[in-house]
Design a protein around this ligand. Structure first.
Ligand code: ADP
Length: 356
């Protein structure tokens, strides 16, 4: 359905410097495919989506959609707008229109649909994304997650053959990510063709039929989610999918800023979308610091988040120690708060690792 060959995009600065964001992108997208585009920031993922939708036309190559080169001179852009919907990071709803008017606007204006038919369809789409109760309110009264669900209904109203999503959850409060992802999951089940730029690795792994790993302006690796996440062939892909987020605290003595550490752990949980684990993480660290390990200093405390497995670990490393400082009573205190307790000697000291 979409064949992309040798796509390139160069930005020209007024001072004469040039920057090639897309170098040579080649791929074929078939109907019903759900493709998540992942990769480090600044590698051209958004530029690629905007190029396919002609929001930011590429400087070279071809994009064939249903047999026509959409980059050819004179290709009617409105024709593409009917075939391809787009959902943006910042929703881009019309603030002066109600939710329902937002959804009805393009079908009435571009498809010249009858108003009553557009209203009926609009309400059905709002029902589908769980927003029908808000049909008559203005977007300003909605939460980010609700706005994004309306934006998805609006894209669906044009009966597109495919929908492009540009980081649909990255502007959302972590508590609202789930409601938007579940709408996208539902569309995937129904067979909608979708291209999704996302940083949600677990979602990418569950929902897609294929993954594009973009790196330095090309599709560096293209494979099934299982292959890309479990058996990446290229080293850059491997480094990306296996990366672990971490934050380290050196607890040196009685003047250590414990409050600062708890705040940093809270921010870490918010940043990596694991707010649900924050309370437990904080309780565990307090229990370890105030009771169980109070006698041991200096100590290194670390929180890590694996993108691939979604596991969150807290580890406590006591330098120079050879045996576990834990006794059975303390293990009993920790057990209800974590999924696993690992006690292991390392070259630097003894480590207690808790799976939150
Ligand atoms: P990603 O989505 O992978 O984070 P983007 O496609 O947003 O990457 O951007 C890739 C690179 O292109 C970035 O370095 C960005 O600064 C640059 N870029 C994006 N848009 C423009 C623009 N309009 N003018 C100049 N450079 C741009």
């Amino acid at each position: 359905m979409i064949t992309i060959s040798h796509l390139s995009k160069t930005y020209y600065d007024p001072d004469g410097t040039t920057f090639q964001v897309l170098k040579d992108v080649n791929c074929e997208i078939k109907p019903g495919e759900v493709i998540c585009i992942i990769g480090p920031s600044g590698t051209g993922k958004s530029t690629f989506l905007r190029a396919i939708n002609l929001l930011d036309p590429p400087t070279g190559g071809s994009i064939i959609v249903d047999g026509e080169n959409i980059l050819a001179k004179g290709y009617p852009v409105h024709k593409l707008r009917r075939k391809m919907g787009m959902v943006f990071q910042n929703f881009n709803l019309f603030d002066h229109m109600t939710v329902l008017e937002n959804v009805m606007y393009a079908p009435c204006k571009i498809l010249k649909e009858d108003i009553e038919k557009a209203r009926e369809e609009g309400l059905a789409l709002l029902r589908k994304v769980g927003m029908v109760e808000k049909a008559d309110v203005y977007p300003s009264s909605l939460s980010g997650g609700q706005k994004q669900r309306v934006a998805i209904a609006r894209a669906l109203a044009m009966h597109p053959e495919a929908i492009l999503f540009d980081e649909p959850t990255s502007a959302l409060d972590p508590t609202m990510v789930g409601e938007v992802l579940s709408v996208i999951r539902q569309l995937a089940k129904e067979g909608m063709t979708m291209l999704i730029v996302t940083h949600e690795m677990k979602f990418a792994r569950d929902v897609s039929t294929r993954i594009f790993f973009m790196y330095e302006g090309v599709i560096h690796e293209d494979g099934t989610p299982q292959q890309i996440f479990e058996n990446p062939h290229r080293s850059a892909t491997k480094a990306f999918v296996q990366r672990i987020r971490k934050q380290v605290f050196e607890v040196d003595g009685p003047d250590f800023d414990f409050l600062g550490m708890y705040t940093a752990i809270n921010l870490f949980c918010i940043k990596y979308n694991i707010s649900d684990k924050y309370k437990r993480a904080e309780t565990l660290v307090k229990l370890m610091m105030d009771d169980i390990m109070a006698a041991y200093r200096p100590m290194t405390v670390r929180i890590t988040q694996s993108e691939l497995s979604s596991d969150t670990h807290l580890d406590f490393m006591v330098q120079g120690m050879e045996n576990t400082p834990l006794n059975d009573a303390q293990r009993g205190q920790l057990a209800p708060l974590c999924q696993q307790i690992i006690e292991e000697p390392t070259t630097r000291g003894f480590r207690i690792k808790l799976l939150v």
